[in-house]
Design a protein around this ligand. Sequence first.
Ligand code: HEM
Length: 414
Amino acid sequence: MVLYLIVVLTFTIALYLLRYLLTKNHDYLKQKNVPHPKPLPLFGNHIESILLKKHATQVSQEISEKFPEEPYVGTWFGTRPTLIVKDPNLVKLVLSKDFYHFSGRDVSDFSDREPITNSIFFCGGDQWKIQRQNLTPLFSSAKIKGMFHLINDCAAQLERLLEDETKSLSYIDAKFLFARYTIECITSCGFGLNSNTMKTGGAANPFMIIREKIFDTSIIRGLKMNSRVIWPSLFYALRLCLFDKRIFSFFHNLLTGIFTSRQSEKSSRNDFVDLILTWKQNNYISGVRLGSKCGENNTVRLKVNNDLLVIQSVLFFGAGFETTATSLSLVLYELAKNQEVQEKLCTEIDCYFRKSNGVIEYECINELPYLEACIEESLRMYPLIGVLTRDVMDDYTFPTGLRIQKGDLIRTYQ
Ligand code: HEM
């Protein structure tokens, strides 16, 4: 009987303790006078997105709509206080003007725990700033113009592939088709190699396999992604990883050979690898410390080694192909539904080809305004990264007087 009592007592105390731990900061937003819905223990207000029942954008939007007049709404993403910022002027402060306080995404303090999360997309602060400052010149229009002939070659392959597949298949998965095309563009412009995604193998092509690993949409990956945001210390203490280690190894094996051969023999491809290899010249890349005032000499440096260059290449690959493939397939989807728009667009493109004698030049991007409008409208209708998340890097006070703390999360949705 005594043993029974001890067990029940221990269990009850453990339950209370757990509940206390999971709800202890639930007064945080109330004390700050931030309008907020009632949170659940453990899941906060984002249970449907944490359990992958709904898209994160939809959940943020639905919560916001319950507070139509408020500039922001307080929520808990799991157990992390998360402010959904709605007022466009405050969004501008977070994403642009006061960016110093919001330079990280989600869990930037833990970005050094995995090779891939060391990239610009995951880190914050000076680490982000140095990479951003040194990557920006690589994306200038002059550099992209220099790669245009490579994209043109890939487009010719796409045309041949479409001719073949329309003869032999009853339907074509547009997203898959464009992923094959954009991966070929990225590997060609980025690394100077042919992935052959449009020629052989289909889904069995190694690049298509690595695509599945990077953009793994399984429930396990989704749960890992969310638990990493909510309890990063526990996530890494349990030796979990967001990205499959084979992704980094794949690119490491692929690229270190290319780096070595390019260093011993000068290349004139002017592709991404050529450009990031210039980082190796001084063994370091440097940048101005984030938040430095004009005139202050506040330089920070980052050591350059093969791992850093491989990480940039994974980023270039991952950020570049899936976004573009999805955007292209959504433009086609809308054009298929809007015949009138499709005909008007075809007329504009036919007219361009008549003028240019069938040759497509880089300058076409300035000569096809209707095409540009179609792409922009499609991106407006289907923003690919619907929710932009920011880590609060340093305590910050909004003009409304609301003070948020380091470690809180910010979400804005499009
Ligand atoms: C239609 C195609 C694309 C769309 C819709 C798109 C969308 C976006 C968005 C919304 C962000 C901001 C995310 C945030 O602030 O949290 C972003 C960031 C970024 N994108 Fe793209 N993107 C596209 C294509 C590309 C391509 C082709 C590349 C490179 C090859 C690329 C590289 C990047 C990088 C490096 C960042 C991070 C910038 C930073 O942290 O400063 N994107 N993209």
